[in-house]
Design a protein around this ligand. Sequence first.
Ligand SMILES: [Zn+2]
Length: 240
Amino acid sequence: MRHSRAEIEMKSLVSTKCSAFSHPEFRVDFDEDSILEHEPEFLIRMLEIKVQQGSIFSAGQTIEVGLSVLRVAADEPYLSLDEPDMRSFPIVFVTGVTQSLILLRHQHFVSGSFALDSEGEIPSFLKGALVCTNYAESPAFFMDRLEPMRGNDSGWFIGCCAGTHDHNDPRNLTRVSLYAAFLALPEMHQYVSLPVGYSVIIDPTRDPVFQQNGRRILPKPNSFLSERMELARKKRGNGA
Ligand SMILES: [Zn+2]
């Protein structure tokens, strides 16, 4: 099923280097008020490189871009891209790439806050996560990135911070896709680019706590996360 976001005036950018490889050019549609200029250009460049390297795309195929999954659609003479509506389960695709590029921006910013290169660390919506059965209802939650258990596992464990909830009891655990986890707990998307060994505790009453292999780490001064934490502190009216 495909819907259009008729209420948003979309801008488009078209690739130029695919036809030299007898491949249709791509058109990406986005809401220019929400997107930084280089973001659709980055996506177009990524697609052009894939085509130059021999990839052939056709309608219906999916492409993982950061956490999101884009679906190729035929819009003669172009191939356009659709993204999940970020509301429906299972995935319903809508025209454009705006929300996917915003998610990718946040993931790059969070990786950059720890001077990490996030390329290759961002699992897609289609990967799995182990969660506790209360993770989405709890005001505070934590995320631990472990070595992935099998091919489709992201390595992420997401649990509630209720000390009374036994996370060693398998009856309190379940496996979901990262898309399902994102719908239940949108805030998790910011941290999925953190690599194996990282963990974060998110409690709305205090600063997030980041750890690497059990050792507390702080985001770089003046980084995206530092500034977000500072802003949240001011809103809470405390220095916690
Ligand atoms: Zn729990």
